[in-house]
Design a protein around this ligand. Structure first.
Ligand SMILES: [Zn+2]
Length: 338
């Protein structure tokens, strides 16, 4: 392990943008397909990996939803999440706010209870065995209707005390935040935080809608806000956290190469950027790989990485005392590794 890897893995951090279904590694996909007798269109792990060649978000989503078909029982969701928690802990993640897409499963006849109880039991095991705090973000699929999002929110009712936030993901272009203004108002009424994908492929207007119509607590991705100077300044001044995913942006061709990622421009503009893996099994890297990519690709310094790690806690949905504890742990780590 290089000095840089040791620094990155030792630096305490939170992961705020991670689709738990996007952490389904091909090996586990095969094991669950066998366990559940689900046919998948791949002959080997190598075939699966060879299929992970995307030129845009939709290419990825088509394969991502097919991959999720092997997830059937609460034990499957537990095993999926625990595999991610162990992998994240090895990258220095001490707090994870994970997104899950209930409709991907309920629309296949899997009960909402199977999904949520599997994730909750894994969160408990991560707390006990890894010392990791976990929060859940229930994401609505934006290529479906607001009415279907309301139905999903209703299914979640018995577990809302154990769900921290509502999110919005899937195909962005053509499905602007305004389409879901009603269900996010209802989610906020129920005490949920709000964080939505905006400005990944969608225009700056989608980021404005997320701010003004959904009154978000966080923006997922947010890259295209940089096309609008006034919006960039507004986001910086309000301290809005952006959950940026460099390797996702590269793999989905949001950028041509990591050397052109705007992460340093974001920091220079005063934006509260964080680094995240998004869908690590599909995008070829977990959170530490994203930290390393911005050092190698954009020349970010260890001080920059510390800023990104601090942002991951101040932009998290943790209570202030927990945030303070994690910031102090970063300071102690930097002291020891000065
Ligand atoms: Zn995402």
């Amino acid at each position: 392990m290089t000095d840089l890897d040791a620094f990155i893995k030792g630096l305490p951090k939170a992961e705020l943008h991670l689709h738990i279904e996007g952490s389904l590694e091909p090996e586990l996909m095969f094991e669950l397909a066998r366990r559940n007798g689900v046919a998948i269109p791949y002959a080997s792990v190598e075939d699966v990996r060879a299929a992970y060649d995307f030129s845009n978000l939709q290419d990825f989503l088509d394969i991502y939803y097919a991959g999720a078909s092997v997830l059937v029982t609460r034990a499957d969701f537990h095993d999926l999440a625990m595999a991610y928690f162990r992998r994240a802990a090895a990258d220095g993640v001490v707090h994870a706010e994970i997104m899950f897409d209930p409709q991907t499963h309920t629309d296949r006849g899997i009960a909402f209870e199977e999904v949520i109880e599997g994730l909750l039991s894994a969160a408990e095991e991560a707390r006990e065995t890894l010392g990791m705090s976990v929060q859940l973000i229930l994401s609505f699929l934006r290529h479906l209707s607001e009415e279907e999002a309301f139905a999903t929110l209703a299914m979640a009712e018995p577990w809302l005390d154990r769900i921290t936030a509502a999110g919005l993901d899937s195909s962005e272009v053509g499905h602007p935040p305004v389409k879901f203004a009603g269900v996010f108002a209802a989610a906020r009424e129920k005490g949920l935080k709000i964080t939505v994908h905006a400005g990944e492929e969608g225009p700056p207007e989608y980021v404005y809608q997320a701010l003004d119509l959904l009154e978000v607590d966080r923006i997922d991705h947010g890259n295209r806000a940089l096309e609008d100077a006034a919006l960039t300044q507004r986001l910086a001044e309000m301290g809005m956290t952006l959950t940026v995913c460099p390797l996702s942006n590269l793999k989905l061709c949001v950028i041509d190469d990591i050397a052109s990622h705007p992460i340093d421009a974001m920091l220079k503009a005063g934006l509260k950027a964080t680094l995240n893996a998004d869908d690590p099994a599909y995008f070829g890297g977990y959170i530490a790989d994203n930290y390393r990519a911005v050092v190698e690709g954009r020349g970010l310094t260890r001080a920059d990485l510390a800023t990104l790690a601090r942002n991951s806690f101040t932009g998290s949905f943790l209570p202030p005392d927990a945030v303070a504890r994690h910031l102090a742990a970063i300071d102690a780590f930097l002291e020891e590794n000065a």
